[in-house]
Design a protein around this ligand. Structure first.
Ligand code: C2O
Ligand code: CU
Ligand code: CU
Length: 462
């Protein structure tokens, strides 16, 4: 290509044609996870920080991210929710060889969808995410909606010991077969939250990412009415959540728009009350004393431009069903995976505690993962996920976003697309997606302990 005068192009399209080059290093570091006075904890983080750097990239612009492994064990990076070529999906043994200590791997892809995504390892995930390896990946819209501020809350849950270090004992049989490793400290953007200063009248876009191993959250904003504009990075019809709670399971993202309608000088709690009897105040919105930015809420549309997802053809579908089995039932009995475990203690030392359609794929990505089903390229898959267990499971699909059709037979409104769908105990969810991306793709529960203990499978698009 010859040299062209830049005046022929606007700066945006010129920049958009160049590859956006980034670097990340998975390494050991230290972080303050215990509040002001607490001792610092030893962590594993991208560039040594918790969370890792926020990667802000542009929709449709190629990115190249060189990842160096500064850990003492194999790693990979998975770009959670991004629809990318299979070879860039970051699953060791399935889509790439693991990155050995001291080695690097270059990921290259062009994000087709704008929205809120995140990145994390897919090797020894329970330990690697649990020790801090996670970061936000924001793909910017060409035409963002009008807000005064665009804010990110990267939510992480930690199990800290008395000395404020990340406690060892990952993968206990109890965590594996029950709710997973739920911790005792929640941080926002890597720090124990105090308050968030806001100004009356301002409109905020808040991007919520739950990067916890196992903690499900249900956030309520006292005195405020957040409007959901996107779920898992995909725009939906703007709506207020049922009973005002934003339910975020591990790996889920929700973008909300909040008009700060409180009074100057006042404080409003943000409460997480997902677990019965265990509600706590995550943080507070602290209004400064300045006069309201505006008297009436901004009169601008809330709908984000839709991403270029292929519409499922519901008249002609390939039906597939995934049945989630196992876990501890009442009376301390484990069901659904009987016969496959021999004499091993379920969930112990990598033994299976869960199964999908009677099969337990344990651990993390590895060689020899046989696909559970195969889809011809271009077909619409109608996927039913049936939770036969007594536990909650955020089921995550790689490489695709699924249109959520129905929950327990009732249609799901707001045209929501998700890559991670939370199933309550005994729930049945129906989704659809077009199998337009060839390769072997993972489908697993994002409670890391559950995945490790068998709630994982693979499907193939030919
Ligand atoms: Cu967010 Cu298979 O992962
Ligand atoms: Cu993923
Ligand atoms: Cu699960």
């Amino acid at each position: 290509m010859g040299v062209v005068s830049t005046s022929l192009f606007n700066t945006r399209s010129l920049r958009a044609s160049e590859v956006d080059e980034r670097e990340l290093k998975a390494m050991h570091g230290r972080a303050n996870l215990a509040g002001h006075e607490g001792p610092w904890a030893t962590i594993w983080g991208y560039d040594g920080t918790v969370p890792g750097p926020i990667l802000r990239v542009q929709q449709g612009r190629p990115v190249r991210i060189a990842v160096e492994n500064g850990l003492n064990e194999d790693t990979t990076v998975h770009w959670h929710g991004i629809r990318l070529p299979n070879a860039m999906d970051g699953v060791p043994g399935l889509t790439q060889p693991p990155i050995r200590p001291g080695e690097s791997f270059v990921y290259e892809f062009t994000p087709p969808d704008a929205g809120t995504f995140w990145y994390h390892p897919h090797a020894d995930s329970l330990v690697q995410i649990g020790r801090g390896l996670a970061g936000a990946l924001i793909v910017e819209e060409t035409e963002p909606i009008a807000v005064d501020r665009d804010i990110l809350w990267m939510l992480q849950d930690w199990r800290l010991s008395a000395d404020k270090q990340i406690s060892a004992g990952f993968g206990s049989a109890m965590d594996a077969s029950m709710s997973g490793r739920v911790g005792n400290v929640v941080t926002i953007n890597g720090t124990v939250p105090v308050s968030q200063v806001v100004r009356a009248g301002e409109r905020i876009r808040l991007r919520l990412v739950n990067a916890s191993l196992a903690r499900i959250m249900a956030l309520r904003f006292e005195g405020h009415r957040p409007v959901i504009v996107a779920i898992d990075g995909q725009p939906c019809d703007p709506h207020e959540p049922d009973d005002g709670r934003l339910v975020l399971a591990p790996a889920m993202r929700i973008d909300v728009v909040i008009d700060m309608q409180g009074e100057p000088g006042k404080r409003y709690a943000v409460i997480d009350d997902f677990y019965d009897g265990l509600a706590y105040t995550l943080t507070t919105l602290a209004y400064d004393n300045t006069s309201p930015l505006r008297t009436h809420s901004l009169d601008a549309p809330l709908g984000l431009p839709r991403n270029p997802l292929q519409q499922p053809d519901l008249a002609k579908v390939e039906r597939q069903e995934i049945i989630l089995q196992g876990g501890m039932m009442g009376g301390g009995k484990l069901t659904g995976v009987g016969g496959m475990m021999g004499m091993a203690t379920p969930g112990m030392n990598g033994a299976a505690a869960w199964a999908i359609n009677g099969m337990s794929m344990t651990g993390d990505g590895h060689v020899g993962m046989t696909p559970q089903f195969t889809l011809p390229r271009g077909a619409t898959c109608h996927l039913t996920m049936r939770n036969e267990t007594a536990w909650w499971h955020p089921m995550h699909i790689h490489g695709f976003s699924m249109l959520v059709l129905a929950r327990n037979g009732s249609p799901v409104p707001h045209r929501q697309w998700q890559d991670t769908v939370l199933l309550a105990p005994k729930d049945t969810i129906e989704c659809a997606f077009v199998a337009d991306n060839p390769g072997d793709w993972m489908l697993h529960c994002h409670v890391a302990d559950h995945q490790m203990a068998g709630l994982m499978t693979v499907f193939r698009v030919t």
